[in-house]
Design a protein around this ligand. Structure first.
Ligand SMILES: Nc1nc2c(ncn2[C@@H]2O[C@H](COP(=O)(O)OP(=O)(O)OP(=O)(O)O)[C@@H](O)[C@H]2O)c(=O)[nH]1
Ligand SMILES: [Mg+2]
Ligand SMILES: [Zn+2]
Length: 292
């Protein structure tokens, strides 16, 4: 029985598809404790038309979300998060920011994709994203139904995870990027009315020798309980130059005198809305810690 290396391209609960030099193999995972997620590099023992994942190789990154009770890995070895939004259905800026904070914590770059540019409400949606583009996050505006080329240069050389709320058009982007992918898409009202998202599992596809793209199910929430106060502050990229400069070492950046972040917000160097988000996420963590 040959041992192969490969990459997990689809992850169901305990079943996987692994892309190897010998093609795609349906796989199970050895034992009860080994955890594999989409994007993982793995060692597979091949047995006929199927295989068993024997080992998961060290990960360059692992994007996951977590509340006080459970954590959910989304994808491994991602180098870029593409947060997909659209003017309709409306999107949550807090959710977008939470995704980006989780990516920053893992050293993953983030990109904003404003889809459905054909919709007349697009300029208003674009204006909401200013909060993040001002910090330096790149934005690509396009319409997946008509032309996906504006996104292509940004994907080159990256392992990109498409993430976002249901109905933003992630799978439509996949179908435009990969002719023949045939990813299920649905009118967002249908998806939401049925109470489930159209895409039900993550799927990695190879664009070229150096680029892959992962489609993922729509998100309704993204909890960040795995980031402690220090990691959370560090995940706000524009806070970094000020960290460690407050008068008190254990500054909570709330009302303390000599807080550099408060000063920076007052001076317009950082956006007060971002400091407010930091504080509200920090309080959520504290409340969760008290409940346990
Ligand atoms: N007007 C317009 N509609 C679009 C565009 N891209 C996607 N849509 C529509 O938006 C709806 C949702 O698209 P999907 O690709 O299924 O959305 P998704 O983000 O994959 O949703 P989940 O899998 O539930 O997370 C579909 O009806 C698409 O046809 C676009 O560029 N313009
Ligand atoms: Mg989808
Ligand atoms: Zn402070």
């Amino acid at each position: 029985m040959a041992v192969l290396t490969g990459q997990v391209v689809a992850a169901f609960s305990r079943r996987f598809i692994v892309a190897t030099a010998a093609g795609e193999l349906p796989c199970q995972v050895r034992g009860r404790h080994l955890r594999a997620v989409c994007g993982d590099q793995v060692e597979v023992r091949r047995d006929g038309d199927a295989g068993v994942i024997e080992a998961v190789l060290p990960r360059a990154s692992l994007l996951y979300r977590s509340d006080a009770f459970k954590s959910k890995a989304i994808a491994a070895n991602v180098t870029q998060l593409a947060v997909v939004v659209a003017a309709r259905p409306s999107f949550s800026m807090e959710l977008v920011q939470r995704c980006i904070l989780a990516a920053e914590d893992q050293g993953i770059a983030s990109l904003l994709v404003l889809n459905k540019a054909d919709l007349p409400e697009t300029p208003a949606a674009r204006a909401r994203l200013d909060l993040l583009t001002r910090i330096g996050y790149p934005l690509v505006t396009l319409s997946a139904l008509s032309d996906v080329t504006p996104l292509q240069p940004a994907l080159r050389g990256h392992s990109t995870l498409l993430i976002g709320q249901s109905g933003m058009g992630k799978s439509t982007l996949i179908n435009a990027l990969f002719p023949g992918a045939d990813a299920a898409t649905a009118e967002y009202s249908e998806a939401l009315d049925s109470g489930r998202h159209t895409t039900t599992h993550t799927r990695l596809r190879r664009l070229d020798a150096v680029s892959t793209v992962i489609d993922s199910p729509g998100l309704q929430e993204f909890a960040l309980q795995h980031l402690d106060a220090g990691a959370l502050a560090h995940a706000f990229v524009e806070f970094r130059p000020y960290l460690g400069q407050c008068r008190f070492r254990d500054c909570k950046h709330e009302v303390e005198p000599g807080c550099r972040l408060q000063e920076a917000a007052a001076a317009g160097e950082i956006d007060p809305a971002r400091l407010q988000l930091f504080r509200s996420l920090r309080r959520l963590q504290q409340n969760a810690a008290q409940r346990l």
